[in-house]
Design a protein around this ligand. Structure first.
Ligand code: SF4
Ligand code: SF4
Length: 266
């Protein structure tokens, strides 16, 4: 019987989830997007008023009345979609992951109803150096600085056969001394701040630090709490940010590959 099952499974073609299905997927993350043609000043004010983290706000940007959306602050609560009258929708694809903090911010001109394009800077010196050194392999040390464990649940999924992070030569390691990248979740609590600094110091240079989740990017819902120091970059230098609350495994994967300049690699 067991031999029969093994023979049958060996005859099945092995199937990995295609990279195209994972890269820029944000299914289940509840991250919002904007339909600019439906955006009005009233709707922009309304969605900004209900946003619990200040991710949405109206502002004057170079003399233009704008709606600003910071994905680093967004917890995917869906309130803006509920009151946005079709101008706010759940994102179908999501490419704002693994970027610099300022690149997580989008703006729409409320007068012209168009998105204001931003210039994308090239990779910085550290990232170029790390890309050159690491080639096709990367060791990651995950560090919980005060997370609710929602981000950890999604990070753990990266190693299962569906996402199969190891197909890119990317591994999780137990010691920061063996790591090339620190993946830090949570707002940094006062109790964890020294441990975060010590872990950062223990990673050999050159090293990359990636802040994960709304908490890691901005403090999320816990920003301003007496129990937290702040976002990860309040304690150690951060190279790139992966937003979401929590980011889905596909968003984490896209972000890590973006940091390595390998998002287009098959
Ligand atoms: S989904 Fe994000 S942008 Fe929309 S209201 Fe919630 S936190 Fe704000
Ligand atoms: S970003 Fe969301 S899921 Fe991640 S630690 Fe913060 S509250 Fe939890």
């Amino acid at each position: 019987m067991i031999l029969d099952v093994i023979q049958r499974s060996l005859r099945q073609p092995s199937r990995l989830v295609p990279v195209e299905a994972l890269i820029e997927s944000c299914e289940g993350s509840r991250m919002p997007d904007v339909q600019p043609e439906r955006l009005t000043v009233d709707i922009a004010s309304r969605v900004s008023a209900v946003c619990p983290t200040g991710a949405l706000a109206t502002e004057d940007h170079n003399g233009r009345n704008c709606l600003r959306l910071s994905y680093g602050h967004c917890i995917g609560c869906g309130r803006c979609v509920e009151v946005g009258e079709g101008a706010m929708v759940p994102a179908a694809r999501f490419r704002w992951t693994g970027l610099k903090k300022e690149q997580l911010v989008r703006r729409w001109d409320l007068g012209r109803r168009v998105e204001i394009a931003v210039e994308t800077p090239g990779p910085d010196a550290v990232r170029r150096h790390v890309q050159k050194l690491l080639g096709r392999a990367l060791n990651i040390r995950q560090l919980d600085a005060g997370s609710c464990n929602g981000c950890e649940a999604e990070i753990s999924a990266l190693t299962n056969p569906y996402y199969d992070l190891e197909r890119w030569g990317i591994h999780f390691v137990a010691s920061p001394k063996h790591a090339d990248m620190l993946l830090v979740t949570g707002p940094v609590t006062r109790n964890m701040a020294d441990a975060v600094r010590a872990t950062y110091e223990a990673v050999p240079a050159p090293k990359l630090v990636v802040a994960v989740g709304a908490c890691g990017c901005s403090g999320g819902l816990f920003a301003g709490s007496h129990a937290v120091v702040g976002a990860v970059d309040a304690v150690v230098p951060v190279d790139r940010y992966i937003p979401g609350c929590p980011p889905s495994p596909a968003m984490l994967l896209s972000g890590i590959l973006e940091v390595l300049g390998r998002r287009n690699l098959k």
